[in-house]
Write a protein that binds this ligand. Sequence first.
Ligand code: PLP
Length: 454
Amino acid sequence: SHYLTEFEEQTVKSKAIFQKAKEIMPGGVTANIKSFVPYPIFMQKGKGAYLYDLDGNEYIDYLLSYGALMLGHGHTDIIQAVQKQLEDDGTLLFGTPHHLELEMGEKIKTLYPSMERIRYTNSGTEATLLAIRLAYAYTGKTKIAKFEGHYHGGYDQVLLSINPSLEEAGHPHAPKSVVESKGVDPYHEEHTIILPFNDLEHTSQLLTKYKEEIAAVILEPVQGGFIPAEPAFMHGLRKITEELGIVLIFDEVKTGFRLGLCGAQGLYNVKPDLTALGKVVGGGFPVGIVGGKEEIMMTSAPAASSDVFDSSQSRKSSAKDVLFHSGTYNGHPTVLAAGLATIKVLEQEMEQVLQRTEKLKAGLEILFAQRGIPMQAIGAGTIFNVVLTEKQVRNYRDLQQADFATRKELDFRLLAKGIYTKPLNRYNLSTVHGDKEINLTLEAFDTVLSQMTK
Ligand code: PLP
């Protein structure tokens, strides 16, 4: 039978409501990534490791809101912390400095010592955006460099060469800057240099060539959350950026509190100049944190400028002296309370999530090997991907050789068996993905692989 039949039979309510959603939102979704063909599943409820859709189907959730939900759905510690914050503080929002900004800040500085000073934002996107602006301000240079296949948020400076077609992507040693969206200012094709991941020789060549212009190199220490930087590459990148006077930005929006409590910088023992955090640290609420070297971060301090920007008053000094950073909801107390509760649980349970992830990866590799299907459960920390190839995968180009058509069939068959991730997406684990869920997942894969190979 066609692999979509079972999926479509089980999700009739999602199919129907999707028609209505398209009358409300372009494509029926409010983030393009949430869409898939024939239609996305509309969820009704979450509990622990499980999601429940409109048709009443139960799924073990491995999307976990793109990794944000490290304690699963509706963890009582988070809900209690949020309720307590609301009762104790009596407000949803102060609009002034407040105690939780310090409490979270101290926690972050302990776990991420490179983050000597921090600022809060409302998303990972805003965190990397501010990190890049800090680097521009600090160095006075006008270009940045990012790696092919790496995602840092949805704005012009980094919306380049995330998922380029191989026809457009240029030579693997010097990838071309390929715009990922309509409406991006072509200026950025010239001002964002694209680097080859895990290729220290050619990365160094490009950085050296443009060293006078490149303010910062930004990277995902683990590309897409699952292709790790090789240690020698990581240490080499730190060394060369330091030598060339280029700010090194770790985008730890995915790896923070997922690769380990102390993120990639803890695991690799490499100290970036700036770090962007997000996702897990908000406990399911919108969040971002930027931090780094005091000297760089102080560029954003009002005391470093001769004025504080206030749109209701005329300026006394030049705007050029001020690095602008603001946001009505920055450091939102409810978000920080949820984030602190999350970290507290992770301090006890992180190790177990890491172990269970390894157990699931190993179990899956055995199931595929038993049927002679080339598959690697590639990942690091608590995220992995199911990559159908026997070739070594070290970067974006290698990944393109995987068998995505079979993977897609596998994913839709798994959806029909109650295993949720968005088709072709990664697998994230949480503290509430226990041995029971791991075993159920392996059973579902076993069933589906039998269907596909009979
Ligand atoms: N950076 C990385 C590595 C991410 O994975 C993401 C989100 O998926 C972002 C930045 C953007 O974060 P947000 O979606 O919170 O804006």
